[in-house]
Ligand binder design. Structure first.
Ligand code: SIN
Length: 523
């Protein structure tokens, strides 16, 4: 079963490692293999281990995940996520992930928002994602699996309703002068790259998220919604696109470096310009309330006071540098001494709960097409993801998809695909004509932040839909990788705005400021 896996985050790499036939696997990534949301992840991976931490259980992890999801998680999916956790952590340890340990050699476990027990595993303090990605990339190389970088998938090839391969745009040296080592066909140069077709029995999208829809994001530059755009064009069912999570604490400085929730888990607090801990009045768990509640609390306070909100981690003092070395370096390189003074923070786009609808084996609505990790919508997150469940999701569903590719295990086909199809085949996929790519992207990001951000209302969403549709109508054909990415963002922005407009009530991260029920409750 020749399999193309698109993406080198935890979901794609675990899928590659668990594939029964490594010689039949080709992993593609549009940039360097280390450029992924996984690599950037600080907070850790939430999981019950075997044996569990004192007081922890799979039932407790399930309960926390369901609560954070605002009643919209799919129970069977959550049970699968949490239930498979101990085995996937054991796999990661076997693959060489250097999880932090106590002086006694036990796994160290941290607490994060909305977890009832300290169950978050870290590596290198706050460099968990890098520890995982490096170990998995090494393991993939040791298994002889080919990873081809700088190769952007621009289209899924379908035949008779079945995905049969991918069309790619290769930049740089690899495969740029004719047929590839896998027998792929070259179709000539376009711009700086070469277009090729690669045939496959199965294509697994593990392309990650869409933070570049917004001007402020914790995500790296590569997070341009590519997988959802590819699946949408091929006609796959997409679900819950309106559920986009904003992280409450990124540095309020260019680049929006993430200040992990784990810092609040260790005791840091949020203060407004008067020094008040305003989150105490918002939620009983204050700074450790579910992420959507804290993000909105911060944004509301910033708007009400017209002044920055700060993260006060001074009570952690010199421990900050030891426990959070990467964040410490980033904060200090911005000229701030967070051990002695509070630092300005702001919410930023972080994680997409919606995406390509899949069952619990990664199968989408199109035969031959799979989706795993952030690009997929399995139902595990509902309307709001629990902190540090994303790396676990990648490991669990990457593994399950690999096994289901050859049907070597029997996995249930859940009803996730019964939901309404949010695609609109009439939506065109081009980027704004006449504009530079960076200019076009900045305009799109501003529209998304203002209208499809932390608070949404019908007027703003209608206006956003109209503006985005106007740009699409004036579109031109994408030629370079950057143009393809912007076209992907534009298509997905339109789908997300439409989905947000269709859900007229608030739920989790989707907050409608014109929600009649909420307005009634507040008055
Ligand atoms: C964080 O470290 O706060 C982010 C972790 C996550 O998104 O789960």
């Amino acid at each position: 079963m020749t399999t193309v896996i698109v993406g080198t985050g935890i979901a794609g790499l675990v899928c590659a490692l668990a594939h029964p036939d490594p010689e039949d696997v080709l992993v593609l990534t549009k940039a360097d293999p280390s450029a992924s949301n996984t690599f950037a992840a600080q907070g850790g991976i939430a999981a019950v281990t075997n044996p569990p931490a004192p007081g922890d259980s799979i039932a407790s992890h399930v309960a926390d995940t369901l609560t954070a999801g605002a009643g919209l998680c799919e129970a069977e999916a959550v049970q699968t996520l949490c239930g498979d956790g101990p085995d996937r952590i054991a796999d990661l340890i076997a693959a060489g992930v250097p999880f932090d340990r106590t002086p006694d050699g036990d796994l160290s476990r941290g607490l994060e928002a909305a977890h009832s027990v300290a169950r978050i595993l870290h590596a290198g303090g706050d460099a968990t994602g890098a520890g995982i990605a490096e170990a998995l990339l090494r393991a993939v190389a040791e298994r002889g699996i080919e990873v081809r970088g700088h190769t952007l998938v621009t289209e899924l090839i379908t035949d008779g309703g079945h995905v049969r391969g991918v069309r790619v745009l290769t930049s740089g040296g690899a495969g740029s002068d004719g047929a590839g080592s896998d027998g792929s066909e070259s179709h000539g140069a376009i711009g700086a790259g070469v277009v090729q077709e690669i045939q496959a029995d199965a294509v697994v999208l593990a392309t990650g998220g869409a933070g570049q829809l917004y001007p402020y994001t914790s995500n790296p530059d590569v997070a341009t919604a590519d997988g959802v755009a590819l699946a949408a064009r091929a006609g796959a069912v997409l679900t819950d696109l309106e559920f986009y999570q904003f992280h409450p604490t990124t540095l309020a400085l260019p680049g929006n470096f993430l200040v992990s929730e784990a810092v609040r888990g260790e005791g840091a607090v949020l203060r407004d310009s008067a020094g008040s801990r305003f989150m105490i009045g918002v939620h009983p768990d204050a700074e450790l309330a579910p992420r959507d509640v804290v993000a909105r609390g911060v944004a509301d306070r910033m708007r009400e006071t017209g002044a920055p909100v700060v993260l006060d981690a001074t009570r952690l003092g010199d421990r900050l540098a030891r426990r959070f070395p990467s964040i410490d370096a980033a904060v200090r390189s911005a000229g701030l001494d967070w051990a002695r003074e509070p630092v300005p923070i702001t919410p930023a786009a972080h994680y997409w709960m919606g995406g390509v609808a899949t069952d619990l084996a990664g199968r989408t609505s199109i035969p031959g097409l799979y989706a795993v990790g952030e690009v997929a919508r399995t139902g595990v997150h509902g309307a709001n993801r629990l902190a540090s469940n994303s790396l676990l999701e990648g490991a669990v569903f990457g593994h399950r998809a690999a096994l289901s590719l050859t049907d070597s295990i029997s996995l249930s086909h859940t009803p996730a695909l019964d939901v309404a199809d949010q695609n609109d085949p009439a939506i065109t996929t081009e980027h704004p004509a006449g504009a530079t790519v960076s200019g076009a992207r900045a305009d799109l990001q501003r529209v998304m932040w203002d209208a499809v951000g932390l608070g949404r209302d019908d007027d703003g969403l209608a206006q956003a839909e109209e503006t985005l549709a106007g740009w699409a109508a004036a579109g031109v054909r994408s030629r370079t990788s950057a143009e393809h990415e912007t076209a992907n963002l534009l298509l997905v922005a339109r789908l997300m705005a439409r989905a947000a407009r269709a859900r007229t009530g608030s739920a989790g991260a989707h907050f409608r400021t014109d929600d009649a029920h909420m307005l009634e409750t507040a008055s």
